[in-house]
Design a protein. Structure first.
Length: 347
């Protein structure tokens, strides 16, 4: 290799190392890109109706914000009310536990009972737990502030990308050699198309899950059926884990009404998720992004290992972009163009 090639390889290695060190920031930038591409689908449809881009962007952002605020207003107040009711019932539960303890003390022989520590010993045992709880509370506050700042950064970047995406696209393309820049521009277009198709597929799945969940909970007469349906649809955005999380709240509330309803809610969600996993997802996503189930699961494991919780949330869009780059660069531009050498005829 010539000196210039060695310098280019060294620059590539240093660049990859820097990107790895700032991977969380890069992931936040990718989050902004995904949001911008998703909202841009609505912007383009509004532009087709004759609206200028700046007004189409403002209108699209307003629609998205209105939907999110409406979902929060629909979900949070009822759940807060249910939590308040649980707090009201908590003293009754504690009283019943105390009565059970008194019943045991009256009927069991003292020799079979463990020694009850005095208040000083009990406080001494509790103190490490209090210290640990305080440390966790401080860590939670720090994490919450960091998450808030990251959210604000993502929102600002998303708005900037939506307002005028072309300059940022040109800057990214200039990082590649001159002879390959036109090809990179084509790959970016394919990535945007893939992310747009994935967004449409994800919205269809969320609507499907939310509609069937709401209808089933309404038939079972579970309180807050609409709020649970919206929550189930939103959590379906997180593959595998989201649907599992969405079943706990309706089961808990149904159990307060009647224990058999909790079992019925669990069966309902299992049926819906199986229909979605074995019929809807293969039908919709196969037409939209063509990601194999094994690839999807592997992508979730890899990205959650590399990037944590945010990597799990963005596993599918990351997989879509990675698939596009591998398909276009590795397969189409390298392997498909690889010509056998003349020496191969000797074997």
């Amino acid at each position: 290799m010539k000196l210039g090639q060695w310098l280019g390889l060294l620059a590539l290695v240093i660049s990859l190392y820097i990107l790895w060190e700032i991977r969380q920031l890069v992931l936040l930038l990718f989050t902004s890109v995904v949001l911008a591409v998703a909202i841009n689908q609505l912007v383009l449809r509004l532009q087709l109706s004759g609206i200028k881009r700046i007004w189409a962007v403002l209108l699209s952002v307003g629609i998205v914000v209105t939907f999110l605020v409406g979902a929060l207003l629909l979900i949070l107040p009822p759940f807060i009310e249910q939590f308040r009711q649980l707090l009201v019932l908590l003293p009754t539960g504690i009283n019943q536990i105390q009565q059970g303890i008194n019943w045991l003390e009256e009927r069991l022989v003292d020799s079979y009972l463990p020694e009850i520590p005095d208040i000083d010993r009990l406080l001494e045992q509790i103190q490490p737990w209090v210290t640990r709880l305080t440390q966790q509370a401080i860590a939670l506050f720090s994490t919450s502030v960091t998450a808030l700042l990251e959210t604000l950064l993502v929102i600002v970047l998303t708005l900037m990308l939506l307002a005028n995406p072309q300059p940022y696209r040109r800057v990214f393309i200039r990082f590649f050699p001159n002879f390959y820049r036109h090809r990179v521009d084509e790959i970016l277009t394919r990535c945007a198309t893939g992310l747009g198709d994935w967004t449409i597929g994800a919205l269809i799945e969320m609507l499907f899950i939310g509609t069937l969940s709401g209808l089933g909970l309404w038939i079972l007469q579970v309180p807050l059926a609409l709020a649970h349906a919206v929550l189930a649809g939103l959590l379906n955005f997180i593959p595998n884990i989201g649907p599992t999380l969405s079943v706990f709240l309706p089961m808990a509330i149904a159990f307060l009404d009647a224990p058999w309803k909790a079992v019925a809610v669990l069966i309902l969600y299992l049926v819906i998720q199986n229909v979605e996993s074995y019929w809807l997802t293969p039908t919709i996503m196969a037409k939209q992004v063509a990601l194999l189930p094994a690839v999807t699961l592997t992508a979730q494991i890899v990205f959650v290992t590399l990037f944590g919780a945010l990597g799990l949330l963005l596993a599918l869009p990351l997989a879509v972009v990675a698939k596009t780059w591998i398909q276009e660069v590795l397969f189409n531009d390298i392997l498909d163009e690889w010509q056998p050498s003349n020496s191969s005829n000797l074997y």
